[in-house]
Design a binder for this molecule. Sequence first.
Ligand code: ADE
Length: 232
Amino acid sequence: MQIDILTIFPEMFEGPFRHSIIKRAADKGIARIRIVNIRDFATDRHRRVDDYPYGGGAGMVMMIEPISRCIEHLKQESEYDEIIYLSPDGDLLDQRMANWYSTRERILLLCGHYKGIDERIREHIITREVSIGDYVLSGGETAAMVFCDAVIRLVPGVLNDETSALSDSFQDNLLSPPVYTRPGDFRGMRVPDILLSGNDREIEEWRMQKALERTKARRPLLFGPEPGEGNP
Ligand code: ADE
């Protein structure tokens, strides 16, 4: 899989993708992230990527020209499965959506800034808008990082023990049960006896019970009907 991220702040990505699971995915050649500086596709000598909004008003708007040139250039390599604009207006990212994109080959993520991007980009170039939550970030970069993390860890072969992704919270529409490690007794706070019993079947039942209790208490809506097939 390849994810291309278009941004005017490429430096923001220097840290996050050099660690942990995303780094492992890149090292194994399973998932590659490429950071593309939109400014490199600006048409004027000031390398301008934003301008004042028609009709007036506060804030600058990201221009269509550099973004369009950039995407046309990248498309010469091959088509994208999806061209995503990260925006609070978009479809909410959830585990089902992350699963879907983990099976795609080539995705483009466009990070917006300022007051927004020229509407013509959203109408004619973008194939989907995705939000990571009902709050406003100062730019799409952090949302792109969240998207990549949620998706790439699900690509087969990225996690050492694939069952660890399968038992994630949400993967079966249930939150994860509690987990414990040593010591068995910390200042009187004891690990549940069942986990020390060695009885695998009862431990499995206990975990399922706890997952159900936690989901009912904290995310009752996850028990809703299964969504239909297809692009979530
Ligand atoms: N850009 C600004 N806010 C955002 C959000 N909540 N999700 C995705 N992109 C954004």
